[in-house]
Design a protein around this ligand. Sequence first.
Ligand code: TRP
Length: 328
Amino acid sequence: MKRVLTGLKPTGNLTLGNYIGAIKPLIDMQNNEDYEILLFVADLHALTIYQDPTLLKERVKKFVAMYLACGVDPNKVTMYIQSKNPYIAAISWILECNTYYGEASRMIQFKEKSKGSSNFSIGLLTYPVLMASDILYCDADLVPVGIDQKQHVELARDIADRFNSKYGMTFKVPEALVTKVGTKIKDLKHPEKKMSKSEENPNGVISLFDSEESIIKKIKGATTDSDNLVYFDEENKPGISNLLNIASVMTSRTINDLESEFKNSGYGTFKNYVAMVTAKKIGEIQSRYNELLNSKEVDEILNKGLDVSINLAKEKYELVKEKVGLSD
Ligand code: TRP
């Protein structure tokens, strides 16, 4: 059995792009008996830039409820909030003392975010070390991440290797599982770009919290070419291909099947269909979400997950302290 660890930063929005690229693959994974999954909200990581305290608190709860509403099964997945497990930040400090400034400052994300200023928090530099702690405290085997986080998982591997050779075997060396280039949902207004959670133009992005009306409006307003023929061709027809991808995921129908139904019907009819199936699916998720948000279930699930996480982390922290000479 492999332990899979996945972290979710509670910033920005949760979009259809996140659903298709991250949430759905996780749900597929939870049914595979070879995997034991831990899913946590990386709220400490969110603090590298200022967050409105009230909004942060709300968003953490909302994101957990939304993951559950989408179909994450709490009987199969251990869910917890990072900051509630104090051992993670404690282990992170010891890992920081085993990480070179040079390697941390070479991280691409750090370089991009710190460019042109020195008034950024040091947390931006140590961000990937905290991420290494998230991964290493629980001896994760696999870490599913987008390509932008792969370098951080590699740093976690280097830190684990270095610590193990300095102090003796302590951490399992994890592997990144880079999200396959499968269906990538694109921005509705700029179908050459991915649908990101922090996109400036909200008309191109469908949020999982959007109203039915707004989902329909956004899909009907999606940018397309003008030849009025519905078929899949990502290069020449990125807008229509994106809508075919969305419809296919929302309905579990194949692209071929959709193409043959809409081949002769023109964009208006096709867009109506995509709008309707998307609004329906997200509407169903939202009903479950609203039920969850107003129940005690979410807190119960998180408390149970936290127990599991704390037991693992406490044991690892004791071992780490003993290795470096901090035990009594
Ligand atoms: N840095 C990740 C992101 O921005 C979130 C994250 C924090 C994470 N800790 C992690 C992901 C540990 C995987 C494993 O998306």
